[in-house]
Design a binder for this molecule. Sequence first.
Ligand SMILES: [Zn+2]
Length: 213
Amino acid sequence: MSLQIHVLPAGPIETNAYLLIDSSRGEAVLIDAPGDVWKQVSPLLAAAKCCLVELWLTHGHWDHMQGVAEVVAATGARVSAHLDDRILLETPGVMEVFLPSSIRLAAVRTDRWLADGDRFEALGLTWEARHVPGHCPGSLLFWCEEKGVAFCGDAIFKGGVGRTDFPGGSMVVLDKAIRARIYTLPSDTLLYPGHGEDTTVVAERAGSPFVRG
Ligand SMILES: [Zn+2]
């Protein structure tokens, strides 16, 4: 049985979570956890008779981590993130000052810190984490060469790149990271961003108005 990829926009600003399901193994991985995402994840896991074993965070911004506590409480999934976002994840109150007072953020306990170039197995596939800072200090992408897919968070979008005007952001750093760690992926790699539609390496390298390949 092949890998199923579910795109699940969720939370107050339509943040894309990605649920990867391999029903032949009975296992699933979730990439990012916007608020309320569990409402969509839970029935999909039940229908596929799968357990959520891993939760990978592309970065520590509130709209990607608001739903982590609910998902972990329900599943016990192992949480992975980059160490440079430790402050955002462990003391998310630092982000609440930018948000409506109705939004409360629970601290995230990370089980595994990933660094650039780390390779690991999940769902019977080999994955590589790549560090793509600039939008957020601890931005990661998760690449599976065998499937030709990369989940990029807010580093890059279809026809665009991530905002760099948040604390810790830098366009110089983001430009360098995109060239070194996204444009160097195989050109037909499908890029799944944290908001909006998917794109490809070749399309962005040729057509991005921000970072020309
Ligand atoms: Zn972000």
